[in-house]
Design a protein around this ligand. Structure first.
Ligand SMILES: Cc1cc2nc3c(=O)[nH]c(=O)nc-3n(C[C@H](O)[C@H](O)[C@H](O)COP(=O)(O)OP(=O)(O)OC[C@H]3O[C@@H](n4cnc5c(N)ncnc54)[C@H](O)[C@@H]3O)c2cc1C
Length: 396
């Protein structure tokens, strides 16, 4: 039986392990944490991410974990519309959706099939060679397989060993996320939208209502972004800082911040890989190592595409590996993976850089140019036109 070791049980690792286990691979999933646990945040699944998940498992538990993403439009801090909410009438393809990460992780774990899960296993070494099967180890145990999938995130140990040219660097932004559980979500006066996106000079705030079934019984997810580095202060101080930065912004921004508890805040410096790895494939004996998810192409969250791309990676691998047996066929299949994924990730990175300029815009002229650009970009994000980011389908 073909064997695979997947390193890392984030969204990339869970989706890939499940996909391989359901298509005749014996899979071992290694996670350094003592248990598989989602961060207490949420994720937007754009049409490409949904198509990838559908191709991985059309009847998978993941679909019940999502709810439709309401389009709340884009506003200025004073509440003026930059782009009013639009209906999706006439749009084609799957609609964007949102999921609480705890629900999505639970669903991906439920879809792992016969995967052997080993938690508390931190991969510190990786072995490749012309004649030997690839292997990973934690300094005590070495695990060999036909295929090693590195899904160990932006600080991937496997990538550091095989593609040291790709380095994680700061993107010049910090982000804060939180989910306010349903029972604490504010009631707003009629006509006031609870969700939507607001762009200030160097600041961005997005609020998204979660479906009633979500962990915490509905609730609202928000993400704030500011230019600058991650803050060193305790969570309560950072929350107070956010309240100061976003004070005077239209409702419900201030209200959501004041309803958030410090222990709900997930702050982080935004980082990316620069440059991207030269290849995502490292042949070894009859198989090899591949990079997926943030280990392969971590980028800032401006387009909300990191997890969607991870699901695309998993769907592409599944399709290429369906009939590949160890030896020439498997080597060719994993080489095909880099050929398909590199141009795709390069496209998304390019679009993401454009969005980064939009988020970073400061000064009168830059803000005017931003507002003009937004009118052009927003309908694409809704999937009405052939947008190069959302317009992706799994290989046959
Ligand atoms: C603010 C923000 C908002 C975002 N919003 C969206 C969005 O709306 N839509 C979207 O698609 N994307 C979004 N993203 C991006 C998305 O969160 C990431 O791309 C995604 O989580 C990456 O998943 P991953 O599995 O590749 O990596 P990770 O989630 O980092 O998982 C890596 C796993 O590997 C384990 N691990 C690490 N090292 C080792 C080791 N040596 N041995 C064993 N295990 C190891 C870790 O413990 C972890 O479990 C957002 C990101 C941010 C920062």
């Amino acid at each position: 039986m073909r064997t695979a070791v997947v390193v890392g049980a984030g969204m990339a690792g869970l989706a890939t392990a499940g996909a391989l286990a359901r298509t005749g691979w014996r899979v071992t999933l290694l996670e350094r944490a003592e248990r598989i646990a989602a961060p207490p945040t949420a994720v937007v699944l754009w049409p490409n991410g949904r198509r990838a998940l559908e191709s991985l498992d059309p009847d998978g538990a993941w679909s019940a974990s999502t709810s439709p993403l309401p389009d709340g439009g884009v506003r200025r801090p004073d509440g003026q519309w930059l782009v009013p909410p639009r209906s999706r009438a006439g749009a084609t393809g799957p609609a964007p959706a949102v999921a609480h990460l705890e629900d999505l992780y639970d669903a991906l774990v439920a879809d792992l099939g016969d995967t052997e899960i080993r938690t508390g296993f931190e991969v510190t070494t990786v072995r490749t060679g012309r004649r030997e099967r690839p292997a990973v180890g934690d300094g005590r145990t070495l695990i060999e397989a036909d295929l090693v999938v590195a899904a160990d995130g932006i600080d991937s140990r496997v990538r550091a060993a095989l593609a040291p040219e790709a380095v994680a660097v700061g993107s010049g932004f910090a982000a804060w996320q939180a989910v306010i559980p349903g029972y604490r979500v504010p009631r707003l006066s009629d006509g006031q939208a609870l969700g939507g996106e607001t762009l200030g000079a160097g600041y961005r705030f997005i609020a998204i209502p979660l479906g009633a079934h979500a962990a915490g019984k509905g609730g609202i997810y928000w993400v704030a972004t500011a230019a600058g580095a991650a803050r060193p202060e305790p969570a309560a101080t950072q929350l107070a800082l956010l309240q100061r930065w976003f004070s005077g912004w239209h409702e419900p921004v201030g209200e959501l911040l004041s309803l958030t508890r410090p222990e709900e805040l997930v702050p982080q410096g935004v980082r990316e890989l620069r440059p991207l790895p030269r290849t995502y494939t490292f042949p070894s004996g009859p198989g090899g190592v591949v990079l997926v998810g943030d280990a392969a192409h971590a980028m800032p969250h401006h387009l909300g595409q990191g997890a969607c791309l991870a699901f695309e990676d998993a769907a592409t691998l599944r399709s290429l590996l369906a009939d590949a047996t160890p030896g020439d066929a498997l080597t060719r299949a994993i080489e095909g993976y880099t050929r398909l994924r590199q141009p795709r990730t390069a496209t998304v990175v390019r679009q993401n850089r454009r969005m980064s300029a939009v988020v970073q815009a400061r000064g009168r002229l830059a803000l005017r140019a931003r507002d003009a650009a937004l009118n052009h970009m927003r309908p694409r994000l809704l999937g009405r036109t052939l947008d190069p980011v959302s317009d992706w389908s799994p290989p046959d």
